[in-house]
Design a protein around this ligand. Structure first.
Ligand code: HEM
Ligand SMILES: N[C@@H](CC(=O)c1ccccc1NC=O)C(=O)O
Length: 285
């Protein structure tokens, strides 16, 4: 027995008693969760893509909750670090559509009926993410009426400040003249565009050198919205090539319904800045 094999064998012996790769990662549960209902070969692909997406959403939620709480403690730097990670996770989620797009309409048609009325509408993590980013729609909680704990968690997230709300509260504490109606509002309602805020953020973009961290955070938020929209768009195009213009299993019109979300924005003022910046000053009547 040579000296450099021995440590490996010691490692194997220790694994038998304590944690090992599989037990630490709970792979027994994770890898038993892929349970096709049909005997169609491609249902495994459909399930795995959903599971991977739900896992990435779990991490995004973890990072965004942390970013929100760091902002509430005036810790902008660490919050920015969280947001930078979110962007990379989102890119992975976007790339995954290419794997699912290998599912042809003929293949999907062979097992679509086993899905019944189940649909992405019922993804609690997706709804959580929408709420954390500010797309507040209390009607969507009703989908989870049969899961009281999930409905209660969504209700808490509905009423809590979103990432953008928390950023504005932070800016106000730093001395930016954020309008009171944005700070003391009912956070369960969606944020609507505020012209005073457009002016404040345009001033940030006009003079980034003096407030680089705020400027950088604004751009991180735009990156997150941009990649979120790209995910929605890739979902729509994948749906279009797999089921065409059929109605969804969840009861919506399908592609037409999904395309409506593409006109939504989480951060309207950050997009309004783009029109304002460098434009001639507005004339005041
Ligand atoms: C064959 C693949 C897919 C098809 C045909 C499809 C189709 C649809 C349709 C038609 C809807 C609208 C709701 C309905 O009426 O059912 C929807 C919603 C949704 N899907 Fe998919 N989808 C697919 C894959 C995925 C995957 C892989 C995910 C990842 C988790 C996903 C997540 C969602 C979410 C979160 C919604 C709700 C969107 C919202 O409320 O704005 N879908 N899907
Ligand atoms: N809404 C899809 C079905 C679907 O995609 C789905 C079904 C069950 C669990 C997750 C799903 N994914 C996203 O909507 C359809 O209409 O074919």
């Amino acid at each position: 027995m040579t000296g450099n094999i021995r440590p490996l064998e010691d490692g194997i012996e220790r694994d038998l008693q304590g944690l090992n790769y599989g037990s630490y990662l709970h792979l027994d549960e994770l890898l038993h969760a892929q349970q096709p209902v049909s005997d169609h070969h491609d249902e495994m692909l459909f399930i795995v893509v959903h599971h991977v997406t739900e896992l990435w959403m779990k991490l995004i939620i973890h990072e965004i909750r942390s970013a929100i709480s760091l902002l509430a403690q005036d810790e902008l730097g660490p919050a920015l670090k969280r947001l930078a990670r979110v962007k990379h996770i989102q890119r992975q989620m976007i790339e995954q559509w290419a794997v699912l797009a290998t599912l042809t309409p003929s293949e999907y048609a062979q097992f679509r009926d086993v899905l019944g009325k189940s649909s992405g509408f019922q993804s609690a993590q997706y709804r959580t993410l929408e709420f954390l980013l500010g797309n507040k729609n209390r009607a969507m909680i009703a989908v989870f009426a049969h899961e009281p704990q999930t409905a209660a968690q969504l209700d808490r997230d509905l009423h809590a400040p979103s990432l953008y709300d928390e950023f504005l509260l932070y800016l106000a504490r730093r001395g930016y003249p954020i309008p009171a109606e944005l700070l003391e509002r009912d956070f369960a309602e969606p944020h609507t565009r505020n012209e005073e805020l457009v002016g404040i953020l345009t001033a940030v973009y006009a003079d980034p050198e003096h407030q680089w961290d705020v400027y950088e955070t604004c751009e991180e938020l735009v990156d997150i919205e941009d990649t979120f929209q790209t995910w929605r768009f890739r979902h729509l195009k994948t749906v279009e090539r797999i089921i065409g213009y059929k109605r969804g299993t969840g009861g919506s019109s399908g592609v037409a319904f999904l395309s409506r979300a593409l006109s939504l924005t989480f951060f309207p003022e950050l997009y309004a800045v783009r029109t304002e910046i460098g434009a001639p000053a507005k004339e005041h009547a």
